[in-house]
Ligand binder design. Sequence first.
Ligand code: TTP
Ligand code: MG
Length: 352
Amino acid sequence: MNRKIIHVDLDAFFASVEQRDNPKLKGKPVIVGGQTDRGVVSTCSYEARRFGVHSAMPIFMAKKRCPHGVFVPVRHKRYREVSREVFKIFYGITNIVEPLSIDEAYLDVTNIEEDSVKIAYFIKEQVIRRTGLTISVGISYNKFLAKLASDWNKPDGIKIIKEEMIPDILKPLSIKKVYGIGKKSAEKLNNIGIYTVEDLLKLPKEYLVEFLGKYGNEIYYRIRGIDNRRVTPSRERKSVGREMTLKEDSKSREYLKKHLIEFSKDISRYLIKKGVLAKTVTVKIKASNFEIHTKSRTLHDHIDGHEQIYGIASEILDEIDVDSGIRLIGLTVSNLSDNYAEQLSFFDNLQD
Ligand code: TTP
Ligand code: MG
């Protein structure tokens, strides 16, 4: 039997929350991000996107492109609250919800008899009524196509991709739209004259595998509308970490700390995207003689900011002996708050 998968993604999430909390910002180009010129844009309202502003752009550049923009600081705590409200609506429909980030999830509604388009409109209506935000919804019979569909008419979009529309509807799309084709693979394919899904459909499976490695097989099937990945409810991660073997063994704390700064930024970005916080910070080192040491600190409060994570990591490193040379340095945060599990238990009793 055909599955019924819905993919939901809030529109300009952080910026929309700012506009909802402060009605003076409605209809204005709102840019949410770091407050200094050295910061980056987290996201911006669709009004600002018209001027070419987008996520991850340096603030100074956003100011150049959109000098009359309203620049506001990031309020993660507030976004997590709103995210929880929205996820409650999803869990009110089914328990088979797979959160992908703070504003995005898959729902498997195969077992719900109601027409999936009606369910999608119900979600949109509930989200706007209970949070004042708009959400884009994609409906299809697998994950790849549902996600593609939610992006189709953003913002406030709704789109259904049916089996009989495949492959025609996919043919004109850029290969960058295909889940699994990253920037590097896209460039590689562009170099041999492959730009659209239509071009890609002409490549034999063996060639794609040869060319793209192990994902080639999945991509071959995906663009033919075959994607059997299941919607897996709330995969909870226990920790998030980064580590690196250094080019040469090092005794310099300053050099090691530079890596900790980069790791902290990476980890913080991940936590914020997922809407979770961490309570324990662990630094790991491998000495020149290959001995591994780890040292942890557990805090009273949960954190997600890179400066906070680095602050703790740096203090921990100060307590570690580096004089005999360090081969590898790593940083992990754990003891994660689970934003989503709370909702699961809340709705457990309501579901079939
Ligand atoms: P997205 O869903 O990628 O973006 P969006 O909701 O702002 O806009 P839309 O879906 O309408 O295209 O990300 C959700 C939130 O995650 C976003 O509001 C802010 C945050 N985020 C960052 O902080 N940095 C980033 O680089 C990205 C992409 C998102
Ligand atoms: Mg979004």
